[in-house]
Design a binder for this molecule. Structure first.
Ligand code: UD1
Ligand code: CA
Length: 474
């Protein structure tokens, strides 16, 4: 298909009153990504970004900022007077901008996010093959309530006579099962002629884009409908409940895609996996795991229940035990985390390293085979290979104003409950005695003790006890 003949308009200016939310509808998220970003991603597989026109209006600045990195163009619809009015703005934009008028205009809805690239391509192709003025993507869902209905000229033919909105359905049309998906292809010039003739004589007092269908038919133009392969693909999201239905459908589809590629997911319906996540074969994901953002996981790893992994990269043979939280972390092959480890941004965990129970890391490099297994805070530190960080040891990285670096060489042994007051450097092979407060650099292979000596008073308690007993006798 010659895509230079097509441009895509995405209607995304509406407020989404039915959501009862402050956030503009198209910025609500499913599968971890704004509705509008899903639609733009699908559109970009068909035409380049500079042939995509995103119609924005309600909270336009916020919507623009959220999707600007995709490179699409923006058409402002300051007042939202209906889907027909939205397209009138596109017509005005072409007149003013001098952008080349495409022969055909594909219209997508910003709140119909599961549309597949193949389906978009299929309706464009059918539109050309049928030489239609308008091609409508339709579906027959279990419950068509709320959608516009597509009236066909004959039960089996592709020709359509009109689209009727739910509130305008006549009693005998109420049982019409076929819905309008809000996705269409138009011959641009023909559409633009008709847009000026729309009126607002309807229950919502809006300009309905859907009215164009009957107008074209009256002119003897060809209006055809094509059913989508799957109903889910064209479901709209007008309420939070509808959105969560789409969210579940999308995440299940992601889980199925991963399982088909060799990943084991126990109870996939309990996992929350974002669309961008990748997992290599033979990795096992236990129930109630969340994999979010651009997380990447290698092969033969195991992610145990209740772990939440956000935008992190994990290698092969990694074990994430129960209840870990990772955000922006990098974990090399063979590492073992948790249970209940918290890896904050820029935590880089080396090959076969261990980060154990209730350990928090931030902006840390932990070298190969190093271990921090119990109750540590490691922040702003570069830790070498083969280091053992004892239970309860911490880096004191913050002086109340600035953050400072702790450097720990290869093979260092940090005794339990030590505090390393940064900036400080511990040379390779050094030993830090348990309970030390280290404020000065320690040279390689040295032993550092930073604690007061123990005082032991033999018999002290017995004496006190005896004294108390005598007092009571008096
Ligand atoms: C629309 C269709 C309906 C179809 C349904 C499919 C019309 C009149 N009705 O109804 O036949 O079954 O979609 O989901 O088109 N928008 C603008 N500017 C506006 C108004 C809306 O950009 O002035 C955008 C919205 O942000 C949304 C899309 O257009 O992304 C559809 O608008 P919405 O109000 O949700 O239409 P529906 O009532 O769902
Ligand atoms: Ca809608």
């Amino acid at each position: 298909m010659d895509t230079s003949q097509f441009a895509i308009a995405i209607m995304a200016a509406g407020k989404g009153t039915r959501l009862k939310s402050k956030r503009p509808k198209v910025l609500h998220e499913i599968g971890g990504r704004a509705l509008l970003l899903h639609v733009i991603a699908a559109a970009k597989t068909v035409v380049p970004a500079d042939q995509i026109y995103c119609i924005i209006g309600h909270e336009a600045d916020r919507v623009r900022a959220a999707v600007a990195p995709t490179g699409v163009k923006f058409v402002l619809q300051e007042e939202q007077r209906g889907t027909g009015h939205a397209l009138q703005m596109v017509k005005a934009y072409f007149a003013l901008s001098g952008d080349r008028l495409p022969e055909n205009l594909l219209v997508l809805s910003g709140d119909v996010p599961l549309i597949k690239p193949e389906t978009i391509a299929a309706i464009c192709e059918l539109h050309l093959a049928e030489k239609a003025a308008m091609t409508i993507l339709t579906a027959v869902p279990e419950d068509p309530t709320g959608y516009g209905r597509v009236l066909r000229a004959t039960p089996d033919g592709p020709e359509v006579t009109a689209i009727v909105e739910q509130k305008s359905l006549l009693p005998h049309q109420l049982s019409t099962p076929e819905i309008n998906s809000g996705i269409y292809c138009f011959r641009t010039r023909t559409l633009f002629e008709k847009l000026d003739l729309l009126d607002t004589n309807n229950t919502h007092g809006e300009f309905y884009l859907t009215d164009v269908a009957a107008m074209l038919v009256a002119d003897g133009e060809r209006v055809v409908a094509v059913k989508a392969d799957s109903v889910d693909e064209v479901l709209g999201a007008n309420t939070i409940a509808e959105m969560m239905h789409l969210d579940a459908a999308m995440r299940l589809a992601t889980a199925r895609r991963l399982m088909a590629a060799g990943v084991t997911i126990f109870r996939p319906e309990t996992t929350v996996i974002d669309a961008e996540v990748t997992v290599a074969p033979d990795t096992v994901i236990e129930p109630y795991v969340q994999l979010l953002g651009a997380t990447k996981i290698g092969s033969d790893s195991r992610i145990r229940s209740y772990s939440v992994i956000q935008s992190s990269q994990l290698g092969d043979n990694v074990t994430v035990r129960n209840g870990c939280i990772l955000d922006g972390a990098t974990v090399a092959n063979g590492a073992i985390l948790g249970p209940y480890a918290h890896l904050r941004p820029e935590s880089k965990i080396g090959e076969n390293a261990h980060v154990g129970n209730f350990v928090e890391t931030k902006k840390v490099t932990l070298g190969k085979g190093s271990k921090a297994n119990h109750l540590n805070y490691l922040g702003d530190a570069v830790i070498g290979d083969g280091v053992n960080v004892g239970a309860g040891a911490i880096t004191c990285n913050y002086d109340g104003v600035h953050k400072h670096l702790t450097t720990i060489g290869d093979g260092v042994f940090v005794g339990s409950d030590s505090t390393l007051v940064a900036p400080v450097t511990i040379g390779a092979g050094a030993y830090i005695a348990a309970g030390s407060c280290i404020t000065e650099d320690v040279p390689a292979d040295a032993l550092a003790l930073g604690r007061t000596r123990q005082v032991t008073k033999p018999g002290w308690v017995a004496e006190k006890r005896a004294a108390r007993a005598t007092k009571k006798d008096c």
